[in-house]
Design a protein around this ligand. Structure first.
Ligand SMILES: NC(=O)c1ccc[n+]([C@@H]2O[C@H](COP(=O)([O-])OP(=O)(O)OC[C@H]3O[C@@H](n4cnc5c(N)ncnc54)[C@H](OP(=O)(O)O)[C@@H]3O)[C@@H](O)[C@H]2O)c1
Length: 330
């Protein structure tokens, strides 16, 4: 089987590795796989403190394809179903001709999408939904600030926040402005010319996709008592315990490394949370519904054939993608 396999951090090389479905798994003939910054970060070993799967490992975190076989305890899917999924974090495996997915992590693809567009949805779409609906509890009429609206997560986040009824402000350069406006964004700040801290108005909630200086500046434009959820800043204890299900050791490490950001948040009177999203077939089914109803558009920036996956990852790593990048299987 063709696959993009990581044998040692810093790799990878191609190889053959046939997945065997467990009782609750579906075996998927992968037609397309989405790329995400986590793929190159993982390849370089930058996530070793968080994820420690055994190598060799087939890379890739989201896919769309057809069910080729089902495990003995699978109830919701049958052979031939067209599905999409964010695969298990410690298992990955989407960059391959076939992949095993826990049935709880998969959903039927939206009927109005092809495999390429469907593969672009799971990781970024779920991140946006879980941050805005679950962590921030965005309600109609609230004002939400999203940093980095033009990328993979941002293009979903703007639309999810609008669907939840919020007034949405995002940051984008001239390269992404037309795109974020076309997704319904109310205000756009060109981060290349305007300091975020100088933005007029105060926000009920913040969703940070950039981290660093951007996150620090966001603390200054929130209403007292507001919360910022970041997926690009520094993990904090709840990330270890709540999101990763890990013990006190990792929580203590995250407590230590997040001291600075948490104290800046406290001084601003703002809550801070670093979210590590989780796979969810039921959340994915909701995203499929929104897509079928025309409430959510999928933005695919570039598509590459599987043979050019290294170039595709290089493009994602360059950090300029407008929407998502997808590889397609022959
Ligand atoms: N913790 C989690 O569960 C989780 C889940 C998903 C993603 N993430 C993380 O979230 C971050 C965003 O992911 P993504 O998939 O959206 O990335 P992406 O698609 O690679 O984002 C690229 C976009 O970011 C824009 N950008 C770059 N620097 C910017 C800045 N300073 N201000 C505003 N926009 C900027 C670029 O626009 P221009 O070209 O116009 O500059 C480009 O359109 C990554 O760090 C990723 O690892 C974490």
């Amino acid at each position: 089987m063709r696959a993009y396999v990581l044998k040692r951090y810093g790799g990878p090389e191609g190889s053959l590795l046939a997945p065997a479905p467990g009782p609750r798994d579906i075996l998927v003939d992968v037609r397309a796989a989405g790329l995400n910054p986590v793929d190159f970060k993982f390849r370089k070993g930058k996530l070793r403190a968080i994820l420690r799967p055994t190598l060799p490992l087939v890379l890739g975190n989201e896919l769309a394809g057809e069910v080729a076989a089902v495990g003995s305890h699978v109830e919701r899917f049958r052979m031939g179903d067209r599905v999409f999924a964010r695969v298990a974090k410690d298992r990955a495996g989407a960059f391959a001709e076939q992949a095993c997915v826990d049935e709880d992590y998969a959903a039927l693809m939206p009927k109005n999408l092809d495999f390429t567009a469907a593969a672009a949805v799971p990781l970024a779409g779920l991140t946006a939904l879980q941050a805005l609906r679950d962590e921030l509890g965005v309600r109609p009429g609230q004002s939400v600030f999203i940093s980095g609206g033009a990328g993979g997560v941002g293009t979903f986040a703007i639309q999810v926040a609008k669907w939840l009824g919020a007034h949405v402000t995002t940051t984008a350069s001239k390269r992404g402005e037309a795109l974020v406006r076309s997704l319904g964004c109310d205000e756009v700040i060109d981060y290349t010319v305007q300091d975020i801290a100088s933005v007029q108005g105060r926000f009920d909630a913040g969703f940070d996709l950039i981290g660093g200086k951007t996150l620090d500046q966001m603390f200054k434009i929130m209403k007292p008592g507001a919360t910022i959820v970041s997926v690009a800043g520094t993990p904090e204890p709840q990330t270890a315990i709540g999101d990763l299900g890990r013990g006190r050791g990792l929580a203590a490490l995250f407590w230590l490394i997040s001291l600075g950001v948490r104290s800046r948040a406290r001084r601003a009177g703002v809550g801070y949370r670093y979210l590590f999203m989780h796979p969810s077939g039921s959340d994915l089914a909701l995203l499929a519904e929104l897509i079928e109803q025309g409430k959510l558009r999928v933005i695919v920036d570039r598509t590459y054939p599987f043979a050019e996956i290294a170039e595709a990852l290089g493009y994602v790593e360059g950090g300029r993608a407008k929407g998502k990048v997808v590889v397609t299987m022959p």
